[in-house]
Design a protein around this ligand. Structure first.
Ligand code: MLT
Length: 267
């Protein structure tokens, strides 16, 4: 699967994987700040941004295979720092589990190791059907947008929210449905966390209240993010203030600082 991607900057490589239903432009702040020191590679995962949107179910493992194929194509077979936000974090965890030799370090932003509960998986299927019936991304945007940003982002930066609404709306309905079905069937990787041997940074937005399609058990509470970091032997955890689920967009200064501080410990 050919992925659209950005590849810019000097120095050691950092791969950044976006969330759902977003695209690689969510890393634009990090591309300019972190990217002044590191080579940042940011792909559009399948079905998102400018990458192809095939039919079928987009499993997290297939997305991880796409990223490995991209890195192989760039002849980057040495261990790299790979980070992801939310869905991108599920993909990064898939790489950690299935391609551990490709990892130098891991960054997990606004994400979780557990899979969907049966109720959450059913809610995703209902949403996938709504998106297919509507022929538009709107049902998923309506369900997700209120949960992606902190309250102060809605109040102080409505233009940011409007911009991301517009970008999400460009995602093709079949890609949204395929991704929802893939997310619903992703494996629970909690038991694998103690085997992650590389340094890991776990970041949580102080106001992340991720709830999808009314499935309240999908909230990612801070406790869960802290527990994930505790289960990984060499992990550090940080909370990003004034940010919800999309901390690299909402409080990029604090997110960049946390990422840069972590990267400095690696070289
Ligand atoms: C994301 O931001 O990538 C999604 O909220 C992930 C999910 O729905 O599980």
């Amino acid at each position: 699967m050919q992925l659209a991607f950005d590849d810019d900057g000097p120095g050691p490589v950092l791969v950044l994987l976006h969330g759902f239903p977003l695209d690689r432009s969510m890393w634009s702040h990090q591309q300019s700040s972190v990217g002044s020191i590191y080579r940042v590679i940011a792909p559009d995962l399948r079905g998102h941004g400018h990458s192809a949107a095939p039919d079928g179910i987009y499993t997290v493992d297939a997305m991880a295979d796409d990223v490995i194929e991209l890195l192989d194509g760039l002849q980057l077979t040495e261990p790299l720092v790979i980070g992801g936000l939310s869905m991108g974090g599920y993909v990064a965890l898939s790489i950690a589990s299935r391609y551990p030799e490709r990892l130098k370090a891991l960054m997990l932003l606004s994400t979780r190791a557990v899979g969907d509960s049966p109720e959450a998986a059913l809610a995703r299927e209902a949403l996938a059907k709504q998106v297919e019936a509507a022929g538009s991304a709107e049902p998923v945007i309506e369900a997700m947008l209120p949960r992606l940003f902190a309250r102060q982002t809605f109040e102080r930066h409505p233009e940011l929210v409007a911009r991301w609404h517009g970008r999400m709306a460009r995602t093709q309905p079949r890609a949204i449905a395929g991704t929802l079905r893939g997310l619903a069937t992703r494996p629970d990787r909690t038991a694998e966390l103690p085997r992650i041997a590389v340094p890991t940074l776990v970041l949580a937005g102080a106001e992340d209240h991720m709830v999808l399609a009314g499935a309240k058990d999908q909230v990612v509470p801070l406790d869960e993010s802290i527990a994930m970091a505790r289960a990984i032997p060499n992990a550090r955890h940080a909370v990003i203030a004034d940010a919800g689920h999309l901390m690299p967009i909402e409080n990029h200064q604090a997110t960049d600082a946390a990422i840069l501080e972590f990267l400095q410990t690696l070289w």
